[in-house]
Design a binder for this molecule. Structure first.
Ligand code: SAH
Length: 354
């Protein structure tokens, strides 16, 4: 049976006309699902043709709750039997942030990131991106918590899936659907200057984060292969243009790796690099991954000294501490092997058919 996606507002209107459904019922359904995150049974109770609706493209495979802090990792299965993850971060202040994935795997292949070592990169559809938000919201509703911030910091490089990312953002922002303020959404990128600009032109109120990690071109190239394609100067130029388009500061993610990018000289270079920019630096601790035994995270006291140096120089800086360390919530460790197995079976199945 032909189903209409709940995100397809014109499709739903068509269905409404075809089946002569009272428009108040579809409006009620949308409000119940996207604004109140009601459970499916409750939200759909009055809708007469639920079999004609495509609601969840993702199946919740499992949920892992941290015993250390308020993080929960949600593992979802796509229709192609791939696993992706979203992470709920219950911050002590009562705010709740959801970290979503934009791709299965990632082609950026950063040295420190488990997702990049998966050897697969497939785009998620806008519906698959939005469903992570819907399902997380539905899980949180009984806890009387609501999602406040959405960050695209899960698996994948959002700008390698640019069109679908924008469509998902439209649904997240749309008053007819989730109606999140763009100021509560953050897109994090490895650094693709042209796409960063396109994104900010289209969504000027959105928060953009750049995973900078070093301002030394040769160091950045060593840990982020894409840096060869997009030199550090082109990123700086893009940030200046972005500052002109936005009043909010751009976020700078800086992962501290011992002996790689964490000396006070590195801090000084970062201060100089950011000199005329409106930026907020997030210093992030490294979550060790098995595939990069050569990388070691900077000790806490040194991370704090690096942060103090930046602050002293007038750079707004936040020193982040990791959540969900016990459930591998940092970046794709848990799903890596399973996906590889599925990808191999799918590929071999394909070659047999040929
Ligand atoms: N591709 C995007 C978003 C996904 S990664 C990007 O590169 O920004 C989200 C953040 O986690 C990035 O800043 C990334 O550099 C960081 N990250 C990746 N691996 C990490 C690890 N092992 N420990 C800590 N942070 C990591």
């Amino acid at each position: 049976m032909l189903q209409t996606s709940i995100y397809d507002t014109t499709g739903i209107e068509r269905l409404q006309r075809e089946l002569q459904i009272d428009s108040r019922l579809s409006r009620k359904l949308r409000t119940a699902l996207f604004k109140h995150f009601q459970a499916d049974e409750l939200a759909l109770a009055e809708f007469p043709a639920t079999e004609r609706l495509a609601i969840h493209p993702l199946a919740l495979d499992s949920r892992h709750d941290s015993q250390l802090d308020g993080a929960s990792k949600l593992l979802f299965r796509t229709a192609t039997e791939m696993l992706i993850e979203a992470v709920i971060l219950r911050i002590a202040t009562g705010r709740t942030t959801l970290c979503v994935s934009s791709q299965i795997g990632c082609a950026a292949a950063c040295d420190f990131c488990a997702t990049g070592k998966m050897g697969i990169a497939q785009n998620l559809t806008p519906e698959e991106i939005c469903d992570q938000v819907l399902q997380a919201g539905q899980l949180l509703a009984p806890e009387s918590r609501s999602l406040r911030n959405i960050v695209f910091m899960g698996m994948g490089e959002p700008f390698h899936n640019e069109d679908k990312l924008y469509s998902a953002l439209e649904s997240l922002i749309s008053p007819r659907l989730f109606h999140f303020s763009p100021t509560k959404i953050l897109v994090s990128t490895v650094g693709i200057p042209a796409a960063m600009l396109r994104c900010v032109r289209r969504f000027p109120q959105l928060n953009l984060a750049l995973s900078l990690h070093s301002v030394r071109q040769e160091v950045r190239e060593r840990i982020i292969p894409l840096a060869k394609k997009f030199p550090i100067e082109s990123l700086q130029h893009a940030l200046h243009q972005i500052n002109e388009l936005q009043t909010r500061p751009v976020m700078i993610e800086y992962l501290l790796l011992a002996g790689v990018n964490d000396s006070l000289d590195d801090a000084q270079l970062l201060v100089e690099w950011l000199a005329n920019l409106r930026a907020h630096v997030n210093l992030i601790p490294y979550n060790a991954i098995a595939d990069a035994p050569h990388l070691i995270g900077t000790e806490r006291t040194e991370r704090e000294a690096f942060g103090a140096f930046l602050k002293q120089a007038g750079i707004p800086t936040t020193i982040r501490y990791s959540l969900g360390g016990d459930i591998a919530a940092a970046c794709g460790q848990l799903v890596r092997k399973e996906n590889r197995a599925v990808a191999i079976t799918q590929t071999s199945g394909f070659s047999q058919r040929k």
